[in-house]
Design a protein around this ligand. Structure first.
Ligand SMILES: *[C@@H]1O[C@H](CO)[C@@H](O)[C@H](O)[C@H]1NC(C)=O
Ligand SMILES: *[C@@H]1O[C@H](CO)[C@@H](O)[C@H](O)[C@H]1NC(C)=O
Length: 327
């Protein structure tokens, strides 16, 4: 394996860049699901991850491979692990990983998997602890001892959207362990999907990490809750259908997912789905968003009369029903 050990390059200080990428969802009624990147080795100059035992995992540059440092564990056989730095969880509930690896064939013919471990932790751990294996990765197309380093990129197998499972603490750390002959990890990308900001059914929901559990929405301006509006963001970053209802309050009607105030001359006396109604005979409104219409000057109705009843001419001694409405 000496040939692989000789292709190590020195690397400078790195910086963590967080990127948000759009991810193509096939649902046309909802904005597209988003991917929120938490870590990408391609955007690092150096990883500085901890090898146990020391120096059995190294950072190298591979010929013809662009991007960040490549991790290799080709110095010596036996159990060896590499532990990432602590990464903030942000709004992730479920982690996904894209990864490229190349594995060397084993003389025994039986290939050891590259084990992936996840530590869900509030504070950085400094040493690799056994257990919590979330994935076993195994390539089918292997390189051999006699292949030159320049052929390694051809053996890189890129797997997308591997599920690393739930995370709940302030952050997490990733680790790999290997017992096989020689392995290269060329690219590691950690991210989560998110449901984007959305307004529908007169309710707004803010961007939420996939697999969120129930999230409470807010009624848009002019709307009130009939029952608390709740949605869940599913695994793919797509909002599930809404439970609970927002509807337009008094003096407002629904139009294009907003609540519009009733125009002058119109009224709506109840919360709910209805439309603004034209004021009944001999009544009027003086402002937009009216809940009911008042009688024109010289007309009246009893306080007990329903809102949709018009007003009639006021007489000193008795009320006369208006026969020929003028409105
Ligand atoms: C690529 O990796 C996946 C996941 O480990 C594995 O199932 C698949 O067989 C690999 N493909 C090749 C060509 O090595
Ligand atoms: C939300 O709106 C959609 C169509 O716009 C409708 O099919 C669905 O029933 C509504 N959900 C609620 C809770 O009102």
């Amino acid at each position: 394996m000496a040939v692989y050990k000789t292709i190590m390059y020195s690397v400078g200080p790195g910086s963590v860049l967080l990127w948000m990428l759009l991810w193509g969802a096939d649902c046309d009624t909802q904005p597209q699901a988003e991917e929120v990147e938490l870590f990408s080795s391609d955007k690092q100059l150096t990883l500085g991850w901890r090898s146990e035992p020391l120096n059995l995992w190294n950072e190298i540059k591979l010929p013809f491979v662009t991007g960040g440092p490549v991790l290799q564990a080709c110095v010596k056989r036996g159990q060896r692990s590499v532990l990432s730095k602590w990464i903030e969880r942000r709004d992730a509930h479920h982690l996904l990983m894209d990864i490229s690896i190349a594995q060397e064939e084993e003389s025994s013919g039986e290939l050891s998997p590259l084990k992936v471990h996840l530590f869900d932790t509030d504070n950085a751990i400094t040493r690799f602890l056994n257990g919590q294996t979330v994935l076993d990765l195994q390539n089918s197309k292997l390189f051999s001892n006699s292949d030159p380093p320049s052929s390694i990129p051809k053996h890189l197998n890129r797997s997308l959207s591997l599920n690393l499972g739930p995370v709940t603490r302030r952050g997490f750390q990733l680790a790999f362990s290997y017992t096989g002959e020689c392995v290269f990890i060329a690219s590691i990308r950690l991210y989560y999907r998110a449901c984007p900001d959305i307004v529908s059914n007169l309710t707004s929901f803010v961007k939420t990490g996939a697999h969120s559990g129930p999230v409470l929405g807010h009624c848009v301006e002019g709307a009130v809750e009939s029952s608390p509006p709740v949605r869940e963001c599913d695994m793919d970053g797509v909002w599930r259908s809404q439970q609970g209802v927002c509807s337009c309050e008094r003096g407002h009607e629904e139009m294009d997912n907003t609540c519009k105030a009733c125009r002058i001359g119109y009224y709506k006396s109840t919360n709910g789905r209805g439309k603004c109604q034209l004021c009944p005979p001999n009544t009027r409104t003086t402002k937009e968003g009216s809940e009911n219409c008042e009688c024109l000057k010289g007309f009246s109705r009893l306080p007990s009369d329903p809102h949709d009843l018009g007003c009639s001419k006021t007489s000193k001694h008795f009320r006369v029903e208006e026969k020929h409405p003028t409105a």
